[in-house]
Design a protein around this ligand. Structure first.
Ligand SMILES: CC(=O)CC(=O)C(=O)O
Ligand SMILES: [Mg+2]
Length: 215
């Protein structure tokens, strides 16, 4: 299985919010008592070689670098103890967020689908086989025009991957090709047309996406 397959197969993108204390704090949010889950459409996928597009209504587009978990085996009500056997591998992903629209939605108690769901709002790296990565302690980093904005270790997740898969599969059947976004560490911030985002996992993987304005 490689990234083309999970993008093609990808039935769901299930994202988790506020899974790092320092990120919840930087946006003035409380830490959730159970994983906070939302969906992004698979039409938001974009792979390297294509740009992230800022839509006209979006006045503040934020980067959120996240570890993505690619599901390899179907499961429902998966116990934590066997959750990792459902993982085919990983991908680095950006949960691009229209923060102005998310802030409006939060005030009104509306869902985040619009703020999180535009085309190109889920840039992803190549697929990483599960044997190649220690998911429990890898470093996610992100630079804008070469300047570091985010750096955090997956060891700081409030809900680690087995807990996330157990919780999410109590709601949705997890299917091969699903991508789980595991939340972002601190340092989120805006990007504007003309900038370039580079993000990586330790010095093991790197991906680059230019940012462009409305088309
Ligand atoms: C405030 C958010 O957008 C939550 C989120 O997506 C996260 O990664 O945390
Ligand atoms: Mg996020």
């Amino acid at each position: 299985m490689d990234v083309r397959q999970f993008v093609r197969l990808g039935r769901k993108i299930v994202a988790v919010g506020r899974n790092y204390r320092a990120h919840a704090a930087e946006l003035g949010n409380t830490v959730p008592e159970q994983p906070m889950v939302f969906l992004k459409p698979t039409s938001s996928y974009v792979t390297q070689g294509r740009p992230i597009v800022i839509p006209p209504r979006v006045t503040e587009l934020h980067h959120e670098v996240e570890l993505g978990v690619v599901i390899g085996k179907e499961g429902r009500d998966i116990p934590k103890s066997s959750a990792l056997s459902h993982v085919a591998g990983y991908a680095l992903a950006l949960d691009m967020t229209a923060r102005n629209l998310q802030n409006e939605a939060k005030k009104k108690g509306h869902p985040w689908s619009v703020a999180k769901g535009y085309d190109t709002f889920c840039p992803v790296s190549d697929f990483i086989d599960r044997d190649q990565l220690d998911w429990s302690s890898c470093t996610l980093w992100l630079k804008v025009d070469g300047q570091e904005k985010q750096r955090g270790s997956t060891s700081n997740m409030i809900f680690p991957i087995p807990d996330l898969l157990a919780f999410i599969s109590s709601i949705f059947t997890l299917e091969p090709g699903d991508l789980i976004l595991t939340g972002t560490p601190e340092g989120v911030g805006p990007v504007v047309p003309g900038q370039t985002i580079t993000a990586g996992l330790d010095d093991f993987l790197e991906m680059t996406f230019p940012v462009v304005g409305p088309r």
